[in-house]
Design a protein around this ligand. Sequence first.
Ligand code: CU
Length: 464
Amino acid sequence: MRQTRRDFLRHATLAACAAAIPRSAFAATPFEDVVAKVARQQLLPDTYPETEIWGYDGLVPAPEIRVAQGDRVRRRFRNEVPDPSSVHWHGIRIDNAMDGVSGLTQEPVAPGETFDYDFVVPDAGTYWYHAHNRSYEQVARGLRGALIVEEANGPDIDREEVIVLEDWLLDPESGQLFDNFEQPMMMSHGGRTGNFITTNGRYDLTLSAKRNERIRLRIINAASARIFPLTLSGLNGWRVAVDGMPIGQPQQIDGELILGPAQRVDLIVDVTEDEGGVAHLLRIGDDDQPTPLVSFPIDGTASSVPRGKPLPLPPNPAANAPDLADARDLRLVMSGGAMGRMQSALLGGERLGFRQLAQAGKFWALNDVADMTDTPLADLSLNEPVRLKIENQTVFPHAMHLHGMHFRELRPDGAFGPMRDTILLAGNESREIAFTADNPGKWLFHCHMLSHAASGMTTWIRVT
Ligand SMILES: [Cu+2]
């Protein structure tokens, strides 16, 4: 492994401090490796060949990272895939230099090179980590996994399950990923969705459960463009957190639960299905038919009676609502895509017509600008309150993700929604969000339909 200047400086600092710091401080937080690798995994049924994937430590989903709230995460990322890469820790209120955005917070890590990520996790919750260079390809190839931050005093449950939803666009003949990551038709429509869905890397995930067992489900939509409408059967569930952050009073699940790309939801479910039956977490397909994402065959009984409504999760330190009285008003107009009204947009400072943009692989614009430029969407002062109206003038849904800070939706009646890091907008829908710009740095703000992000829907804000 080549020593970079960064490695050298780090070691020099450690040597200088060694005399002053007790040995145990080093032992407590060693760097662990996270290696992006090309590997093969059995995703399809056994009659098909293994699929070549890119996975952290060669696995999809990546090995779960699980730490306690307030812990320090130290990972030495080593890139062994044939494409420069970096790792983004999605939803973590993080030091900007550790945010992992190639081209904004760091240079991409070349094949064979390393980068040391070292950060503290201030909030408990369900987060994830994924590639953030050419992510429309690298995430779709499998560079994604769960990052779980545990509360000091977690909820009263019997067990928990982390549920990572992924989809894959596979050639049914070869079982291999189609190589069409930049296909204009997908970029200009809903994004590149797969034709094969896995839960925790399996198409038939089966987890046995007991009647009246209480399970926490941490569900992560790690797909690169797919929206998952979810529903439960044989399970009585409450929503207790979204995008990692507790929502206050648990909300009973009644009907459908929509999870946009990159969004997470924490549920506490009680198993109501009878012994011998099968409970399910289901997704609703385009044909309105429910299909199992997880099957829970019921084997035994945990207790004779269900426990009733769960208590709220303990709040995170980031729980305050922004003060709107002095808030800066911002507006973000999303335009473009197939069947859209966008005539032209700026690309690299030049005004191009829709057809010219399409030839350059750009189909979308944010405030009339395709792609990120040197100028941020907004220059904010540290701790400045912001309200941002997002107007989706396209016919497609988009999942807008802000790095580094959670926001709240500001609903038409003036009420705040729960804290989120990714908000899903339907086609031609406007929504308003508000946040306090309390984390200094350069923060990306982009669509998490990753082929949209690559074809115009990426901007950033600066907090100083
Ligand atoms: Cu989008």
